[in-house]
Design a protein around this ligand. Structure first.
Ligand code: NAD
Ligand code: DAU
Length: 354
């Protein structure tokens, strides 16, 4: 990929998209067009560090809007597309799956169609250099028992409306490679955490509930396992795949940091006990409350990330311990970011009951 390329990032106001956009603007010389609908999950404040950079542009648009997508691509003429825009929260997909089909399936289809039509209008060398990176999830592989890992060739077995919509979008992306020759790449990543994480997901929810002296909801017995990756490591992996990955290939991305949910919550409580002790002198662990389980709750996710490590030389810089320190410090120091979200968008109530 050339040194100064034009990269269209969808979902750049979201958690991972904003980390990627900050990385691309601060660590490379590429231009970024952030296309984002600014749903409840989109926050332009997450881009404060880069919004004034002349290489950064924002365009508000819904990827489910066919003509808007076509117009943006033919007008801005990207060299590459990194597609992150999605409805991303499993609990919300239980409450309202329609938006997941619309954005994750229809939106991805629109992008593929528009990208392919645009690519075909380019001279041959540019057609070959064009890239479409689809950012997906390990949840498409389903749920693991106590042993084993997700590999790139693990059969798909999605079990939530969210993962079903992501699996559908992954299949569309593969189809555009095989049928139309669109130079696609795909990544399937495990659970991310870190700064600017919308506080509906486990780690920021528990952290902010603790600071507000609210109960810390653990689904079931807290024995479900997730494989955690610091978001800035994910952003670097995505750029590595875009710039060095082989078209048509998919890459699993993970932190090799398996923890039960209860271990994660204990880690947050213990860090807060040291960094921001409770006024009554007791541990934040006293706020833990075991609540009704998530319907269809996947038991365990664990990624084998050997392919991206061996073929592209990517490895995460953070361990779970260093990443959690950084995350807790960031939330303690940046209430300007999360306070308006907790007050105006989402105050931490339970989502995803059937
Ligand atoms: P997020 O919910 O934080 O952000 C999603 C962004 O997409 C928001 O800015 C939102 O405004 C935007 N968006 C939603 N619908 C849109 C539409 N119709 N048109 C345009 N923009 C729209 O999500 P995230 O956690 O940053 O996840 C980004 C991508 O990475 C998703 O595709 C998700 O499936 C995938 N992923 C996430 C994780 C994770 O742990 N968060 C792990 C693996 C993969
Ligand atoms: O694995 C990758 C996926 O990770 C991404 O594709 C999704 O976009 C992302 O949201 C995440 O999905 P999870 O469902 O694993 O994340 P969540 O933070 O919602 O939940 C993590 C675990 O914590 C899960 O086992 C459910 C549990 N949980 C969650 C919440 C919100 C609780 O115990 N209590 C809670 O209040």
């Amino acid at each position: 990929m050339q040194k100064t390329a034009k990269i269209l990032v969808t979902g750049g106001a979201g958690f991972i998209g904003s980390a990627l956009t900050r990385y691309l603007i601060q660590e490379t010389s590429h231009h970024v067009l952030n296309v984002d609908a600014l749903t409840y999950a989109g926050n332009l404040t997450s881009l404060r560090e880069v919004e004034a950079d002349p290489r950064y542009t924002f365009k508000q648009a819904d990827i489910a809007n066919t003509s808007a997508v076509e117009d943006i691509i033919t007008t801005w003429k990207p060299d590459a597309i990194m597609h992150l825009a999605a409805e991303s929260h499993v609990d919300r997909s239980i409450d309202g799956p329609a938006a997941f089909v619309q954005t994750n399936v229809v939106g991805t289809f629109n992008l593929l169609q528009a990208a392919n039509a645009y690519r075909k209008s380019l001279p041959p060398a540019q057609q070959e250099a064009f890239r479409f990176l689809h950012i997906s999830t390990d949840e498409v592989y389903g749920s693991l028992g106590p042993e084993g890992y997700f590999y790139e060739d693990t059969p798909y077995a999605p079990r939530s409306p969210y993962s079903a919509s992501k699996a559908a979008s992954d299949h569309f992306v593969q189809a555009w490679w095989h049928t139309y020759g669109l130079p696609v790449l795909m990544t399937n990543c495990s659970n991310n955490y870190g700064p600017y994480h919308f506080p509906e997901k486990l780690i920021p929810l528990v952290l902010l509930n603790a600071l507000h002296e609210k109960s810390l909801p653990v689904y079931g017995k807290g024995e479900n396992i997730r494989d955690w990756l610091y978001v800035e490591d994910h952003a670097k992996a995505l750029y590595r795949v875009l710039s060095q990955g082989v078209p048509g290939e998919k890459y699993n991305v993970g932190g090799n940091c398996e923890r039960t949910n209860l271990e994660v919550v204990h880690t947050i409580c213990d860090l807060l006990d040291r960094k921001r002790p409770r006024k009554n002198g007791t541990s934040y662990r006293d706020l833990i409350t075991f609540v009704e389980d998530r319907p269809g709750h996947d038991h365990r996710y664990a990624i084998d990330a050997a392919k991206i490590r061996d073929q592209l030389g990517w490895e995460p810089a953070h361990t779970f311990e260093t990443g959690m320190h950084a995350t807790v410090d960031w939330y303690l120091q940046n209430d300007w970011w999360w306070k308006p979200i907790r007050e105006q968008k989402y105050a931490g109530e339970r989502l995803g009951h059937t």
